[in-house]
Design a protein around this ligand. Structure first.
Ligand SMILES: Nc1ncnc2c1ncn2[C@@H]1O[C@H](COP(=O)(O)OP(=O)(O)O)[C@@H](O)[C@H]1O
Ligand SMILES: [Mg+2]
Length: 327
């Protein structure tokens, strides 16, 4: 056929608590993570969506003196304010309709351990006030309760947007911002990690090869060039999704350009039936299904922002999500 095909390079992968990389830039980052882990400081992880912020939070916990204690994570963007408050602080029986028994919240369940709050910039203001009290006094009152509960938790939080912007727009308390970012650390995007697009593509190909079905042995030159040129706004999560898409779409042992998503091929998603738009539609519907119709969670799965998801849903005329088995 005369096309150049690329096989898996023989590179040593670093696995830092599940963060796979070959990038020299990441070594410095891991050293920093190890240093802050040993302290009790409140850490704020900054990084684009899909860069592995939750993996970093778990690494900090495992490297800390609290490693054998509980670790609890929550994404603040995925719940309604009521559910979020109950999830974090618990509630007493009768606190609201449906609260038929007392329920412990995350802070109580993670006592002596670590709590990780992802997308912390999304917290509603009244919950911000409660969180500030946890950080200042180590106490909180469950919903509908009267007595404060005292806990010992280390807080790690993450955000893809600057908290400062939330402060400027009066969505975020300035005092809480200072409390949260005692130690800010910045997780680089995929496009700034030398060698990682290729290394992680192969890492995920290995994973999908083990599932059975299509077996991929190589990537052809144009496909690799497209992978390397793409800016990866959804970072590692998006790369994994693209590899999964290629496994679902193609049949040959070589991944070619035709197996990649429209974004990767530089085409705008279209809504023509039986076109790449169809595949996009299926991807979105499936993500919506798997996240129970919660758009923020679906967007995270897809490695796109919520506004991008909304726009695509509008363009593809997706109104809800199909119930029943995912396609
Ligand atoms: N360097 C990496 N190596 C392997 N998997 C990764 C890496 N970074 C992220 N992931 C995977 O990508 C997904 C998104 O990671 P996550 O920590 O939730 O990102 P974020 O919180 O920054 O959006 C998860 O499934 C995670 O396991
Ligand atoms: Mg996350």
């Amino acid at each position: 056929m005369g096309r150049t095909i690329l096989r898996k390079p023989d590179k040593e992968l670093v696995d830092f608590y599940g963060i796979i990389t070959v990038a020299p830039e990441m070594q410095e980052f891991f050293a920093l993570v190890s240093r802050v882990a040993a302290t009790e400081s409140t850490v704020l992880i900054r990084g684009e969506t899909g860069t592995g912020k939750e993996l970093v939070a778990r690494a900090i916990h495992k490297l800390s003196g609290r490693a054998r204690r509980p670790f609890r994570a929550l994404n603040c963007a995925t719940l309604t304010p009521e559910l979020l408050a109950s999830e974090l602080f618990g509630h007493v029986r009768g606190a609201f309709t449906g609260a038929v028994r007392d329920r412990r919240g995350l802070f109580s369940l993670a006592d002596t351990g670590t709590v990780f709050l992802d997308e912390v910039a999304e917290l509603p203001l009244d919950i911000q006030a409660r969180l500030l009290r946890v950080l200042q006094e180590q106490t909180f009152v469950p919903l509908g309760g009267t007595d404060p509960i005292t806990v010992d938790v280390r807080l790690i939080s993450a955000t893809h947007q600057a908290l400062r912007r939330g402060v400027t727009e009066r969505r975020f308390r300035e005092d809480l911002m200072y409390r949260l970012r005692v130690v800010p650390i910045f997780l680089p995007p995929l496009r700034q990690r030398s060698g990682d697009i290729e290394a992680l593509a192969w890492h995920f190909i290995d994973q999908f090869n083990q599932r059975g079905g299509r077996v991929v042995e190589a990537i052809d030159d144009p496909a690799m060039a497209a992978l390397l040129a793409y800016p990866w706004p959804g970072n590692v999560r998006e790369l994994r999704n693209v590899v999964e898409y290629a496994f679902a779409i193609g049949v040959e042992p070589v991944i070619s350009l035709a197996d990649l998503t429209p974004e990767l091929r530089g085409e705008p998603p279209s809504d023509e039936p039986a076109s790449p738009g169809m595949a996009e539609r299926q991807r979105i519907e499936r993500a919506l299904h798997e996240s129970g119709g919660r758009k923020s969670l679906a967007a995270e799965r897809l490695g796109m922002s919520r506004s991008t998801l909304w726009r695509k849903m509008r363009e593809l005329k997706i109104t809800g999500w199909p119930r029943g088995s995912p396609r």
